[in-house]
Design a protein around this ligand. Sequence first.
Ligand code: SF4
Ligand code: SF4
Length: 197
Amino acid sequence: MSREILSQTGKGVSWLANLVIQESGEEINRCYQCQKCSAGCPTSFAMDILPHQIIRMLQFGLDERVLTSKTIWLCASCETCTTRCPNEIDLAKVMDALRQIAERSGVNLGEKDISLFNSAFLASIKKRGRVHELEMIRKYTLKRGHFLEKFKSGELIRDVRLGWEMFKRGKLRLLPQKMRGKSEVRGLFKRAKGEGR
Ligand code: SF4
Ligand code: SF4
């Protein structure tokens, strides 16, 4: 996003809106609240703030409410909203930028478990070039904690049963698969972080 566009769009909007425009490259001020994005969103039923409301809140500078929302973590990046938007706003990209900013900013995340899962998933891909499910589950479970609650509620037993069913169907591998191109994958992570350019 160029400085000119930032300076045009930056007038009267919050630091978060400016940062989102900068990081996603999306011109959120084009949004005229037609609500087509929210109407087509498959996970909107579980969201605390609808996608079109996220944009409106960004325009109004309600930064903390946006960054602590569950919505940004419940977005499945399916891009239905992106396809439906008459103003060509890629809302999936906006949500992605918001997730990254929320993690960096140290606010209380609206869906901490999803964020932990996200980190465990990406860490496994970064290390091996593709996800190794058992390793990812181990990391996620250790970071998440709550073993006692999970045990008491029966959730742990349900997870083990589900894992066993997946293992029987060949969906969980005990050992990671060898993969070529690991260094290229690491290079992608570096580029995404703005290193090595
Ligand atoms: S579809 Fe586009 S213009 Fe309509 S509310 Fe959503 S983001 Fe705004
Ligand atoms: S990308 Fe996210 S916000 Fe957009 S329709 Fe899909 S789940 Fe909803």
